[in-house]
Design a protein around this ligand. Structure first.
Ligand SMILES: NC(=O)c1ccc[n+]([C@@H]2O[C@H](COP(=O)([O-])OP(=O)(O)OC[C@H]3O[C@@H](n4cnc5c(N)ncnc54)[C@H](O)[C@@H]3O)[C@@H](O)[C@H]2O)c1
Length: 254
């Protein structure tokens, strides 16, 4: 049995994972961390601070806020647990600290835990390789009105992967309102829409002369991220130290 500490257990994703984990007999949420009062009647103890957790923990799943990261990394180090880092909006030092942790412990990190988005990235890289700089690349993402970070971690992940495919030749443009100039071929425009309860949409446009290729992924519910995170926890629980992601997990699954 893999014992999980669910960080952000009373948030939207924490509750999705609490519900989905009941369908797995090899994984159990042993404890949760929440800053909000525990109003959900969770089937596990909930703490406000991870250092107070008494239960045996094998993997921490984090869907909370970048501010919780320093304490979580200390917890993983002290208790020698694996980590599934799904929180987005990380600062550069957070990335560096997570990477450092992966030198001594198994860490799985992905800004998007869905299978479909990871296939979208492969398709977008392929399109970029074939269409090159003859087509303008734009990314549009849409999310619910409670999302704090923009652009989404997923939009940045797509942009980074496409940029890597194009030998890091692209600049990311987030705001055209102050730049009264034509776009250049070396740009990836990244735009965000926030509204209502949209679980998440990402489109990559390749706009050429008289033709547009659009590759689009729509998340219809949060369950896809929850399932991905649970599978990632099972996958990473028995790994050696190292940094793992959806790509490495999918490679081993196929
Ligand atoms: N990787 C993915 O596939 C994926 C999918 C969905 C959401 N996310 C990300 O996961 C995070 C959480 O998403 P959500 O929709 O569940 O948000 P949410 O706001 O519903 O929940 C966040 C939870 O974290 C808690 N929290 C906030 N600050 C904290 C802190 N400093 N210490 C401890 N706990 C803290 C909140 O009390 C809340 O319970 C966001 O960063 C979001 O972008 C990632």
């Amino acid at each position: 049995m893999i014992n999980v500490l669910m960080s952000g257990c009373n948030g939207k994703m924490g509750q999705v994972i609490t519900k989905l984990s009941a369908n797995f007999d090899n994984i159990k949420i042993a404890a949760g961390i929440s800053r909000q009062p525990d109003k959900f009647n969770n089937p596990y103890p909930v703490y406000t601070d991870c250092m107070s957790v008494k239960e045996k923990i094998d993997v921490v799943i984090d869907f909370s806020n970048p501010d919780s990261i320093p304490q979580l990394l200390d917890f993983c180090k002290t208790r020698k647990t694996a980590l599934v880092m799904a929180t987005t909006g990380l600062r550069t030092e957070d990335y560096q600290n997570v990477q450092q942790l992966s030198e001594i412990l198994p860490v799985f990190m992905s800004a998007n835990m869905s299978l479909g988005i990871n296939v979208l990235i492969e398709l977008a890289k392929n399109a970029a390789a074939k269409l090159g700089l003859d087509f303008d690349i734009e990314i549009l993402e849409k999310h619910h009105n409670e999302k704090k970070d923009a652009p989404s971690g997923t939009a940045l992940m797509i942009a980074n992967e496409v940029n890597e495919q194009l030998n890091h030749s692209m600049d990311f443009i987030y705001d055209r309102s102050k730049n009264i100039e034509k776009r250049s071929a070396n740009e990836i425009g990244i735009s965000s829409i926030r509204g209502g309860t949209i679980p998440g949409e990402h489109s990559v446009f390749f706009a050429g002369k008289d033709e547009i290729l659009e590759i689009k992924h729509t998340a219809l519910s949060r369950d896809i991220f929850g399932m991905g995170a649970i599978k990632a926890a099972i996958y990473v629980a028995n790994k050696q130290n190292g940094l793992y992601d959806m790509k490495s997990m999918l490679k081993e699954m196929i």
